[in-house]
Design a binder for this molecule. Structure first.
Ligand SMILES: Nc1ncnc2c1ncn2[C@@H]1O[C@H](COP(=O)(O)OP(=O)(O)O)[C@@H](O)[C@H]1O
Ligand SMILES: [Mg+2]
Length: 252
């Protein structure tokens, strides 16, 4: 459904360091909503708070105050089994450096979220084969990570993130370690998956080319959202230029 929120972020604050010691306020009140099926980008200079924000949204860290709701579930105070279940069902995460387990094959890496939930082998196999074929890595399933290129590794990581059919896919600079043609391939796959499977995507990047694949971009500076850009019907190349122009004025 269009314009149905899948994630809401309300007055999110994050201060690093304990009271009484040296503290740093990395997020100073962040508010925004992501709708079902949206592909949203977060841009900002190094140190602006992008990774901090993404880690709060993806339940990898807890905010100092504020609330995040995903699929009607408030997530900031989830703990233990509830947190593990929520992550397994609703969230996929892709990192810049792939985070694949080197001692496991591509197949075993992709299957891991299901293996950890004790899903039956006979259900795992078709699920892995299905997501691997969507991401164009079906022929590499028996390879170990060190036998794959960067682009192939990131597609294995994407398959692992998507195998649970999460509501939200988060990426922290997922193209940061890729050459430009592998980056383009991955971004095209994100767009396809976003369109065809209604997975909502939140991509953190400082790269204008990656950001040009998004439908909407939030610009963050010193822990606050300072500007928003919507692509609308603009061709990607024109949106790319608009992003460059915005960065030119925003980062001053
Ligand atoms: N664990 C931490 N402890 C203290 N300060 C941190 C920690 N993580 C990040 N910071 C600080 O918070 C700010 C935002 O960092 P980060 O979210 O990593 O920015 P970005 O991803 O946009 O480069 C930076 O000034 C950084 O030094
Ligand atoms: Mg970062």
């Amino acid at each position: 459904m269009p314009n149905t929120p899948i994630m809401t972020v309300a007055n999110l604050h994050k201060t690093y360091g304990k009271a009484g010691s040296k503290q740093y306020e990395a997020l100073k009140g962040i508010d925004f909503t992501v709708n079902e099926g949206e592909f949203v980008g977060i841009m900002g200079a190094s140190g602006s708070g992008k990774t901090t924000l993404l880690n709060m949204l993806a339940t990898l860290d807890q905010p100092t105050s504020g609330e995040v709701t995903i699929h009607q579930q408030p997530i900031t105070h989830l703990k233990g089994n509830q947190l593990a279940d929520f992550r397994a069902k609703e969230i996929g995460f892709i990192f810049q450096d792939f985070n694949l387990l080197e001692t496991m094959t591509a197949y075993e890496n992709i299957a891991l979220p299901l293996t950890l939930q004790n899903v039956a082998m006979k259900q795992i196999k078709p699920a892995v084969e299905n997501v691997a074929s969507q991401l164009g890595i079906a022929e590499f399933l028996t390879n170990y990570p060190n036998e794959l290129s960067g682009g192939q590794k990131q597609r294995v990581a994407a398959a692992r993130a998507l195998i649970n059919q999460p509501a939200m896919l988060f990426g922290d600079e997922p193209t940061g370690a890729l050459d430009s043609s592998s980056a383009r391939e991955l971004l095209d796959l994100f767009s396809k998956i976003n369109r065809e499977q209604a997975v909502s995507i939140l991509l953190v990047t400082h790269d204008p080319f990656s950001a040009s694949y998004c439908q909407r971009i939030l610009f963050i500076k010193d822990g606050r959202i300072g500007q928003e850009l919507k692509r609308g019907d603009l061709p990607r190349k024109d949106f790319y230029q608009q992003i460059l122009d915005t960065l030119g004025t925003f980062e001053q």
